[in-house]
Design a binder for this molecule. Sequence first.
Ligand SMILES: Cc1ncc(COP(=O)(O)O)c(C=O)c1O
Length: 460
Amino acid sequence: MSTLPLRLDRASGVPLPAQLAAQVRELIVARTLVRGDRLPSSRALAADLGVSRAVTEQGYEQLVAEGWLETLRGAGTFVASGGLSTPAAPARAPRQSPDRPLVTLDTGTPWIDPRQRAGWRRAWREVSAAVPPPGYDDPRGLPELREALADRLGRTRGLTVEPDEIVVTAGTADGLRQLLRVLPPGPIGVEDPGYRSAAVTVLDTGRTTVDIPAAQPITTLTGLAGVYVTPAHQHPLGRVMPAAERLDLLAAARAAGAIVIEDDYDSEFRYDVAPVPALASLDRERVAYLGTAAKAVAPTLRLGWLVVPPALSAALNERRLATHDGASWPAQRALLTLLRDGWVDKVVRTARRTYAERAPRVAAALSPYAELAGPLAGMYSTWLMPEDLAVAAHEAALAAGFRVNLLSSYARSSGHTGLVIGFGGITDAELDRALQVLTRALAAGPAAGPAAGPAAGPRP
Ligand SMILES: Cc1ncc(COP(=O)(O)O)c(C=O)c1O
């Protein structure tokens, strides 16, 4: 191949090697470039694009590090045959199909610094050399991992726990499900708008949900067995629960004999102030704490942790012993190494910097048209606007190959409307293009959106 259909924009503010890497990555995802295709030499491509060779070299190096490309000494640079799995897409799928948007600005996909891949590989090499326990292991999870998690929770979340008070889960929904199995019967309050997986999980266990208005003080929990909340960063409105409200919530839980279920999914990604300590640090008897590896390691690792209130601990562990409801040993072993090596801390630090840089870009683009729902934090922001305007922007984005979530899709009875814009799992160039599309649609207003297709199903 002598040339590539790339357009680098010096005015965009995004470094040229990053633009190049993003566009080549998209060509591979869209199957315009397929496994084994040879890319032009960095020198030829630099000449084609009118940029220095350092730009093309750095762009290629980035993609080699990510596993999209491989360099064969003396032969050139090729689309990799192994490495990262290419998302399955029909051959040369049209990039702008509303049914298969390629770029998802969801709230759940984090940005993992590709420069940290060596540490990731090292952890898995260590797993491959280790011998798994011969039988079923401790039902609470790998003891050394629980020690490392206890240390980290103390350090980063102000939560002092013994390793034996932690159980390792297969993620937040799994931890919630296991907890619900051992809670006394009764409905569960769930924030509205709120995390859809939480409401679905509650219903799955045969309980009913009660909508609890999100981002408002919770003063009574009468008649509920528990309430699910996201106090560090309300999902999806973004609000941090103030100290006085935390105390009121705990008092309401005590009065009702209910358990507060704290989902602490992304609290480490504050960039304006230090994260507020976990609610569970105020009352270990009343609060069950759910943590996840989805944001700092990878959603697909399917690992999380649950700090169980002491009164429920024996029942939960007995149940795990009977059901083998544990987490995969290799994944636990790898997470242990990633924690011990400082890999997780490093990834959190670099992701925080990335989000701190992207969040204001989203804010600058959206604030002329909508109201920010909470402080800028984490890997998404939520913008309040009338539903027809949000739908017009959502559909314009879909038509351009981007999926953004409608706030109304997180609401059950609350009537909140707007857009929820994730900026973690995308490239800078993708974010810039998505913001361009969105702001154009928002400026044009509700009537000007393209002919309505079905709204794409939301993602967490
Ligand atoms: C509110 C909330 N909790 C938890 C999670 C993580 O869930 P899991 O650990 O099951 O991947 C997410 C991911 O998007 C989330 O948005």
